[in-house]
Design a protein around this ligand. Structure first.
Ligand SMILES: CCCCC/C=C\C/C=C\C/C=C\C/C=C\CCCC(=O)SCCNC(=O)CCNC(=O)[C@H](O)C(C)(C)COP(=O)(O)OP(=O)(O)OC[C@H]1O[C@@H](n2cnc3c(N)ncnc32)[C@H](O)[C@@H]1OP(=O)(O)O
Length: 254
């Protein structure tokens, strides 16, 4: 199972935290994605995207606090492939690696140069100081089509004094639900996001963000999401999102 999910993420480094195309959708994904000349050029560019091994931001660093580590270890244990003699937990999660680049460089000429910028960085992964902003790791449970994200909010994310900025919370919700929708149906863009802030999140604290698929309808994926304390007892934020699958050509439109 873990291996099969692993296959989903081959070629994953091309995208920030955007693994896309599960096995049943892979063919559809390719045909949707690589239709035009510029898109085919992009396909050729993909293997060269990273010259050296990029940093995986979803792995622990020294800034991760006790709660973050405990929850990470919990999901990581449930992510290990079950081998003979090992206990089967009944839950199978996969940790999603996360990089700070979408596309590193383009050799694709004028069309690709419209969307690929050498200094571009994924918004949530662009601060080098560990622990200063968004520390998070996303796990995916394929059998239930669920995502769980552990998020530790750093001191640069302050909104109301001592608490996390609503825009930073929205960013994380968009990231988890957007990643979730992308896992189901190739690249997506957020069309709609509705957020209810129920209780403030203390700066520096760790929270759990869980997303589920509510409905699929053609190109549309409806995902809902809850942000809670790590033990689930306190609800901080609730959200629903609509995501539309797109082809690369959508990004080339100006
Ligand atoms: C190599 C290529 C890689 C591509 C990667 C692409 C994205 C990756 C992004 C990030 C990757 C990294 C990590 C992932 C983490 C986070 C994810 C963040 C994602 C974002 O942060 S992304 C930025 C914010 N996002 C936008 O910047 C979108 C601006 N927008 C548009 O680009 C268009 O608006 C679009 C594409 C949404 C739709 O345009 P469209 O032309 O494809 O579709 P159209 O309008 O025809 O609608 C078709 C049917 O959806 C219904 N519909 C449409 N919009 C609706 C709405 N708002 N509410 C209710 N229903 C709606 C219609 O009513 C119709 O429904 P029906 O078919 O039933 O009539």
């Amino acid at each position: 199972m873990t291996r099969s999910v692993g296959r989903i993420f081959s070629g994953f480094r091309c995208f920030g935290s955007l693994p896309f195309g599960n096995p049943p959708l892979k063919t559809q994904c390719s045909s949707v994605l690589f239709r035009t000349t510029s898109e085919r050029t992009l396909m050729h560019a993909l293997p060269k995207i990273f010259g050296r091994k990029p940093r995986d931001f979803s792995l622990p660093n020294s800034s991760w606090g006790k709660e973050m580590m405990q929850l990470y270890n919990h999901y990581n244990r449930l992510s290990k492939e079950t081998t003979e003699g090992q206990e089967d937990h009944g839950e199978q999660w996969t940790r999603l690696p996360s990089y700070n680049r979408t596309l590193k460089y383009a050799t694709g000429g004028v069309y690709l140069s419209k969307i690929i910028q050498s200094k571009a960085r994924l918004f949530t992964r662009n601060i080098r100081d560990p622990g200063a902003s968004f520390e998070y790791v996303i796990f995916f449970r394929q059998d239930k089509l669920k995502c769980a994200c552990i998020f530790q909010a750093g001191h640069l994310l302050e909104g109301a004094p001592g608490h996390v900025h609503g825009g930073a919370i929205a960013t994380m919700i968009d990231t988890i639900t957007g990643t979730h929708a992308s896992l189901l149906s190739a690249p997506v863009m957020t069309a709609n996001l509705n957020i209810n802030y129920r209780s403030p999140i203390p700066l520096g604290s760790t929270v759990l963000i869980e997303s589920i698929l509510d409905k699929e309808d053609g190109r549309k994926r409806y995902i809902s999401c809850r942000v809670t304390s790590t033990d689930g007892s306190k609800l901080h934020t609730e959200a629903t999102g609509l995501f539309l699958s797109i082809s690369v050509s959508h990004l080339l439109k100006r």
